[in-house]
Ligand binder design. Structure first.
Ligand code: CP
Length: 299
């Protein structure tokens, strides 16, 4: 599959992932041309805050010899504040850049942007929709560590609103031997569309509120943030429901891995960080290599 726009994890197939991850391995081992994207410009339009996604995308293009033009607070510092539509913004920015990376609070907006853009558009998180490049780096990290496509993963937190869970689920659904345990309060269970997708793909999944048993069973524990920005007054009710702390470490598998897209609030306590199974900072570092591979593939 030739990659152009990346707006959803649903657009990937196994072969494309294999190629992308093999390419990422090469880049991670230092085998890349640091002038490969010389002359290429990446625009980052972020209407929501970010540390990892924006910095890793910007670092990725700089390491490959390209340049970046950026609006880190596009909601306030682009002409969106004057009422310019996304359609018009894209029809302007695509004349200045070779690829556009967008984070925005509105689900589905990167599909709209892609339909107006002359250059590739990458979804860096669209509201409660998706975060496909997060899922790519997550899956890359899981395969790198587990070296198998047959495992049980417990995904914990808010499946209704937390976009990394959606995109990761779509990628995992390509692999029939993976079992997914979705741990969440009932009110924060996954969107109907995702549940239907998993059923259609005959994926072995369960939905539960039992955090303790789920993390015991899991080979991969994937913690997620409870997203304050989408829960409003409900936020405090759910915060602290599923905390992985040092005490819990004695109950999980010896060869489990503990992941989190970050930023974390209190889902994983800092005393877990020194445990060899805690790999979330490595996971975030892999974001740089995966995004370098992605930019090279697209451009
Ligand atoms: N994981 C992630 O998307 O982090 P940022 O919000 O810091 O980009």
């Amino acid at each position: 599959m030739k990659l152009r726009h990346v707006t959803s994890a649903r657009q990937f197939d196994i072969k494309t992932l294999q190629d992308l991850f093999a390419f990422t391995d090469k880049i991670k081992s230092g085998k890349y041309n640091n002038k490969a994207l010389s002359g290429k410009i990446m625009a980052t339009l972020f209407y929501q805050p970010s540390t990892r996604t924006r910095f890793s995308f910007e670092s990725a293009i700089l390491k490959l010899g390209g340049s970046t033009i950026s609006s880190e607070n596009a909601a306030e510092f682009s002409s969106a504040i004057k009422g310019e539509t996304m359609q018009d913004t894209i029809r302007i920015v695509d004349s200045y850049a070779d690829v556009i990376v967008i984070r925005h609070p509105q689900s589905g907006i990167t599909d709209l942007a892609a339909s107006y853009s002359k250059v590739p558009v990458i979804n860096a998180g669209d509201g409660v929709g998706e975060h496909p490049t997060q899922a790519l780096l997550d899956l890359y990290t899981i395969f790198e560590k587990k070296k198998t496509k047959e495992f049980t993963i417990a995904i914990c937190g808010d499946h209704a609103h937390y976009r990394p869970h959606h995109s990761l689920s779509y990628l995992l659904s390509l692999y029939p031997k993976i079992k997914i345990i979705y741990v969440s309060p009932k009110r924060l269970s996954m969107p109907k569309e995702l549940r239907e997708h998993l059923k259609k793909k005959k994926i072995h999944f369960v939905e539960t509120e039992d955090f303790t048993s789920s993390i015991k069973e899991a080979d991969v524990i994937y913690q997620g943030r409870i997203p304050k920005e989408y829960l409003g007054a409900q936020y405090k009710k759910y915060l602290g429901k599923f905390i992985l702390d040092k005490r819990a470490l004695s109950s999980i598998k010896k060869n489990a891995i503990i992941m989190h897209p970050l930023p974390r609030v209190n889902e994983i306590t800092p005393d877990v960080d020194s445990d060899p199974r805690a790999i979330y900072f490595e996971e975030a570092r892999n974001g740089l290599y995966v995004r370098m591979a992605l930019l090279l593939s697209i451009l």
